[in-house]
Each structure stands twice: as C-alpha cells, then as structure tokens.
Design a protein around this ligand. Structure first.
Ligand SMILES: [Zn+2]
Length: 315
C-alpha cells in the first residue's frame, strides 16, 4: 500500500538535530532527535543526518519514493544560491556545501535556509502566524535569531542576511557580541544575555534568591521571578525593555501584521511578555501598536522541522 507522500524537515543545531516527517498540509507525522556532536566535523554530521533521515522514514513505513523534498534549517550565515553554510560559530563550519552534500546522500532535492527562518516559516505556515501574510519571527534562545515573511514569502535580502534581528545594535557601546560588534540585541535578550544581566545585578550586593544559585541559568532567573524575587523580576523587566526596543525597530522598518516570539526565553510567558508590551506601547506609533499582534509561537520545538519542510515545499 502506498502512503501519502511527505516532506522531510531537518532542524540542525549545535547540540542536537531533529528530523521530522511532515504532511503537505503542515502536520507533523513523526520526529526524532539526535546528538549533533560538533567535534566529529561536518562530513560525519552530514553523513549521520542523511543516514538517520532514511532510518526515520523507514521506521514509519515510507520509502524514498514517498518523500517529496527535504528542507534543512541550519545556523548561518548561508549562501542560498550555492546552498553553502558560509560560517557558523555554533557548528564551527566554514564554507560547507550542506545542500549538495545532503542531496547526494539522500538522492532527493534538498533546500536549505537559516534555522530561525525555518522556525518563523513553521509558525507562519501552521502556527501562531497562520492568519497573517506579513510576519516577523524572533527566536530567543542561546542567541537571538529571526525571520521575515512578507506577502507570504521569505525575505532573504541581497546577501541572504535579512531577518538577523539579533544583531540590531540597541545599546551603543554596549555588551560585546559574538559578531564583533557592541550592544547587539542578542547580548541582552538571549538566555545568555539574561544571565549576564543577572550577574551584573548580583554584583551590586542587592538581596536575591539568586545569590546561592549555581549554575545560574535564565531558567533559574525565571523561577526566582515567579517566586517574586524583586531582582529577578527587574531582570525580566529590563530584558523586556531591550526586546521592545528591538521589536519597535522591526515595526518601524517592516510594519508586519504579527511578531512571533519563539524559543526557550519566550517560554517565560507573561513575566517577559508583559514588560515587552508595556514598553512597546510607549515606544511605537499608537496605531501600529494597536494593530500589531505580538504573539508567542504555538509549535514549540517543532517549529523548525515543520518550517524546514514548509520552505522546501514552497520554495
Ligand atoms: Zn551581534
């Protein structure tokens, strides 16, 4: 019996990669998670991604003939014309022809795009962004990434760099960013940024539950905030302020219908979302603030694989 064909979406990260089988309507059929093990190098990682992809579809009763296309969301920057990962600190890759290497191994058409673009596209296709045509997604994890969808299509820009909202400078001469600049949004609104803000605040000697917490993580700061720790609450207020500054620039430049916040830091919920909305209300044009939806993603960790399958389908 032949099965309804599916797309393969792969979400490649520095710690794990996830492989998903996705129906043409965007529903996830199955997914599986694997260690990336970056120390083994790009050839080994790409070999394993291809082998595991075949195993995943076989385990669920599919054959190569049932697979429509493959999409891979990868850390970047990428060169989409050549399908190359130009450089990525997360994976320590330089000029890796990811698209063609995957395509040779799987004997299937492969499309690649940026990982945050994947997550944004997933939310746009079947998640929080489904009702909208113009959407900006912001991923708040170890770093801050983003994707822009205008008129239902991904905006890549001339050098495929569009959507890198994490490297908007929001504090001149601010914190050192991995990109070489000072004061990027990523250094304040990521999980790493939250920890840095907390370390700075604790040094002032103010009382906080967090003085005794090791290792300090953004989740522990969030837990303290939930318990009413005033220092932790202030950290989320400040993080919301920086994030609002970044979102306000996005609204002024792109004017999307919706901004979707995704990733582990977005799981902080109202403790982060309330200050974001409160500061954004002060910063942005009233008509824009009233009309723009500031949403949290609804697909969780699966946004990346669904989105990778989606951009493979709609490329
Ligand atoms: Zn930067």
């Amino acid at each position: 019996m032949t099965k309804e064909p599916v797309y393969v979406g792969i979400d490649l990260g520095g710690t794990t990669f996830t492989i998903g089988l996705v129906r043409p309507d965007g529903q996830l059929v199955a997914s599986a998670n694997f260690e990336t093990a970056i120390e083994r190098g790009h050839e080994d990682i790409i070999d394993r991604m291809a082998q595991e992809t075949v195993r995943v579809w076989e385990r669920h009763g599919y054959s190569r003939d049932d697979i429509l296309e493959v999409g891979v969301g990868s850390p970047g920057p990428l060169d989409l014309k050549t399908g190359t990962v130009i450089t990525t600190p997360n994976l320590k890759w330089v000029n890796v022809p990811l698209r063609d290497m995957m395509s040779e191994r799987l004997k299937l058409p492969v499309t690649i795009d940026n990982d945050a673009v994947s997550a944004t596209f997933g939310e746009f296709w079947v998640g929080a962004g489904k009702p909208y045509n113009d959407v900006v997604g912001i991923t708040l994890g170890t770093g801050v990434g983003g994707g822009i969808i205008l008129g239902g299509r991904i905006l890549h820009g001339a050098q495929d760099i569009a959507g890198h909202v994490g490297h908007m400078i929001i504090q001149l001469d601010g914190r050192q960013c991995g990109c070489g600049n000072l004061g990027c949004l990523e250094t304040y609104a990521s999980a790493t940024g939250i920890v840095a803000s907390t370390v700075e605040a604790l040094k002032t000697g103010r009382p906080s539950l967090l003085h005794s917490v090791t290792p300090l993580t953004s989740k522990r700061v969030w837990e303290a905030a939930v318990k009413g720790d005033s220092l932790a609450l202030e950290i989320f207020d400040r993080t919301g302020y920086y994030l609002a500054a970044g979102i306000n620039s996005v609204l002024n430049v792109i004017n999307p219908e919706a901004v979707i916040l995704m990733g582990a830091v977005a799981n902080a919920g109202d403790i982060l979302m309330n200050p974001v909305k409160q500061y954004l209300k002060k910063m942005s044009f009233p008509r824009v603030y009233e009309e723009t939806r500031i949403l949290r993603g609804t697909l969780g960790d699966q946004a990346g694989v669904i989105g990778a399958a989606g951009f493979a389908k709609f490329r």
